[in-house]
Design a protein around this ligand. Structure first.
Ligand SMILES: NC(=O)c1ccc[n+]([C@@H]2O[C@H](COP(=O)([O-])OP(=O)(O)OC[C@H]3O[C@@H](n4cnc5c(N)ncnc54)[C@H](OP(=O)(O)O)[C@@H]3O)[C@@H](O)[C@H]2O)c1
Length: 331
């Protein structure tokens, strides 16, 4: 897999990365997540499962891995995998996130899965925790789902702390979700402290159903930020797992195009993201090795005008997309 640099940072990355949101804890919102772990939730079993998926990614050449404090034991599973495989810092790039605290207690049906707080206190506490677990492997630390309402992008104490982290060699970023992604990114692009641009990278949702952040992500890329795309498969809605009757027309069209190109619909959807000139990394959120292998096929596909024309109207309106996203159940 081709190795490039993340935006203006010194971090080496590959076009496909692996996200650990579904690998580090029993419950997640992705479609059919409960079938991935067949209720086999003891920590050692889940750790072994995560290691198998990480091995598959590494063997395929993936060198970017995405975790978060709130993904259960994701940082720990990643750290134990790195140690057991003898992978040194610098051989791969690791991003993690602060701002949500995991509260599900290893349960799928927890009342509250995670609690959000974007304060200086949480940044300091979670940074200490992430650093204790990942040590020198941790390369990029991101605000997890920054919003305008939380005021985090105007919180001088937080921004100053992030700048201090940058001075010690860490890259800093933010992730965004929801209808206002574009406005939050816009605000982040103007965040400067002492003349320095605060953020080195942005992680956002962009996929065949929800393209609204595209123009501002292109500007972020132009400004030298690394651009990471998450939810490229719309949490499994752009995979064969989406058997919802309301999606049947769209699924049929995806299947037709996938058949024409002798590929899978998930590979096709990922190829659409990889083709965007402003994208640095597209995350696969696969929790099964077979799904990851299917996702990786995207690297061998060319997203051309014909495909773009055939599938551009798969897009949903931004409010409709995010309403469906927030109705996805933890499973
Ligand atoms: N706010 C944030 O910062 C934020 C939010 C969301 C995600 N993220 C990051 O982005 C990563 C990716 O996001 P995501 O998990 O939403 O990913 P996604 O790529 O949109 O969706 C992944 C889902 O697609 C399914 N899938 C993939 N290939 C498939 C196939 N061939 N057949 C059937 N199902 C298939 C996966 O199933 P299996 O699980 O069964 O393999 C999984 O349920 C996360 O892991 C996380 O690191 C960050």
């Amino acid at each position: 897999m081709e190795i490039t640099k993340l935006g203006n940072t010194h971090l080496h990355i590959t076009p496909l990365g692996l996200g650990l949101a579904a690998l580090g804890r029993p419950g997640y919102i992705n479609l059919g997540h409960k079938e991935d772990l067949p209720e086999n939730y003891p920590v050692p079993d889940m750790e072994e499962h995560a290691h198998r998926v990480l091995d598959t990614a590494y063997q395929a050449g993936v060198r970017y891995f995405d975790a978060a404090r709130s993904y259960g034991r994701a940082e720990k599973f990643l750290a134990s995998w790195l140690a057991s495989r003898g992978i040194s810092p610098g051989e791969i790039t690791v991003g993690s996130k602060w701002g949500y605290t995991y509260t599900a207690g290893w349960k799928v049906d927890a009342e509250v899965h995670e609690v959000k707080e974007h304060s200086l206190e949480v940044l300091r506490r979670q940074w200490k925790e992430s650093h204790e677990i990942l040590g020198p492997h941790l390369d990029l630390y991101q605000i997890h789902s920054a919003t305008l309402e939380s005021g985090v992008l105007e919180n001088i104490e937080v921004l100053r702390e992030l700048i201090q982290m940058k001075e010690k060699g860490l890259a800093v970023g933010l992730t965004v979700s929801g209808e206002n992604q574009a406005q939050v990114i816009e605000k982040a692009l103007s965040c400067r402290l002492g003349g320095a641009q605060v953020f080195d990278a942005v992680q956002a949702t962009w996929n065949l159903l929800e393209r609204s952040a595209g123009p501002v992500l292109a500007r972020a890329h132009q400004q030298g930020l690394g651009v990471i795309v998450k939810e490229a498969l719309a949490n499994g809605r752009l995979t064969p797992r989406n058997q919802r009757p309301s999606f049947s027309d769209k699924r049929e069209r995806l299947e037709q195009e996938a058949a024409k190109h002798s590929t899978t619909i998930d590979a096709l959807a990922l190829a659409a993201v990889l083709a965007q000139p402003w994208v640095d990394i597209v995350l696969s959120g696969a929790a099964r090795t077979g799904h990851l292998e299917s996702n990786i096929k995207a690297l061998g596909l060319t997203w051309d005008e014909e495909l773009e024309t055939a599938l551009e109207d798969l897009q949903e309106s931004c409010p409709v997309y995010w309403k469906t996203r927030s109705s996805l159940e933890w499973n």
